[in-house]
Design a protein around this ligand. Structure first.
Ligand code: ADP
Ligand code: CDP
Length: 222
């Protein structure tokens, strides 16, 4: 059976960076499932759906056509044919994505797409998110739960934003938003962020990116 590597963890633990690098190194596909929840949220906002109204979100969530390109050397995401990779990282989507992701019919729809991506991945896939090991790929070859101290995660996000030229007030606001989002993701009823019983815990607080990538690649090659 093709390899499935399931990587979960809170925001800023390194999931996207590490998963993409592991996939590129091992010649596997790469799937950023957070980008799919962000794309769904972007569409809801663009179409003036009240994202605090779970019923309205549930009714609308079947409409957008969301397509993930899973090449680790250049992942893509489109909604109704439009490239949304830029706008889905903005503060408007970031502020609302947890509310949209808590709606069960949104999750049912995106989980189906995620499993479809794994099915068509030729050599296998590294999929990262909040529920890869617990819900989407319960039989994954390797499961990893990535963590880092809240401080390390906030500092990494701040460094990324600073490099982009974002002002300090926005950086402080985004740090508060990160903590709020992690709490929401961990406490929701459907597929809360959680470590699968058979997942390997990797705390990245005091590791370099290279060390984390090496460790996970080694788990896959075992
Ligand atoms: P997530 O997908 O979990 O939100 P990202 O991969 O988007 O995390 O962001 C993590 C950020 O932290 C990246 O900018 C990455 O380069 C940086 N980083 C620094 N050191 C590490 C480390 N040891 N492990 C993982 N990420 C690290
Ligand atoms: O970039 P960051 O790590 O902050 O977040 P992300 O991975 O892009 O995910 C954005 C949001 O999508 C999360 O805060 C969750 O609310 C939701 N999500 C989810 O519910 N399940 C997943 N498998 C992935 C993301």
């Amino acid at each position: 059976a093709p390899v499935v590597v399931a990587i979960d963890g809170p925001s800023g633990s390194g999931k996207s960076t590490v998963s993409r690098a592991v996939a590129a190194r091992l010649g596997l596909s790469f799937l950023d499932t957070g980008a799919m929840y962000r794309a769904m949220t972007w569409w809801m906002l663009a179409n003036e759906v009240d994202v605090e109204d779970a019923e309205a979100v549930a009714v609308a969530c079947g409409k957008p056509v969301i397509v993930s390109g899973t090449d680790a050397d250049g992942p893509t995401i489109t909604v109704d044919g439009q490239d949304v990779s830029g706008p889905i990282r903005g503060p408007e989507v970031t502020a609302k994505v947890s509310a949209v992701a808590a709606v069960p019919s949104v999750r049912a729809r995106l989980v189906e797409l995620q499993r479809g991506c794994a099915e068509v991945a030729e050599r296998g896939i590294v999929a990262e998110g909040r529920d890869m090991g617990t819900v989407v790929f319960p039989d994954a070859t390797v499961k990893v739960f990535l963590t880092a101290s809240e401080r390390a995660r906030a500092e990494r996000r701040a460094a990324e934003l600073r490099a982009k030229g974002v002002d300090e007030a926005t950086i402080t606001a985004m740090a508060a938003d990160l903590a709020r989002r992690d709490a929401a993701d961990s406490s929701r009823e459907t597929a809360p962020l959680a470590q699968a019983a058979d997942a390997v815990l990797v705390d990245t607080s005091d590791l370099t990116l290279e060390q984390v990538i090496d460790r996970i690649a080694a788990l896959v090659e075992e």
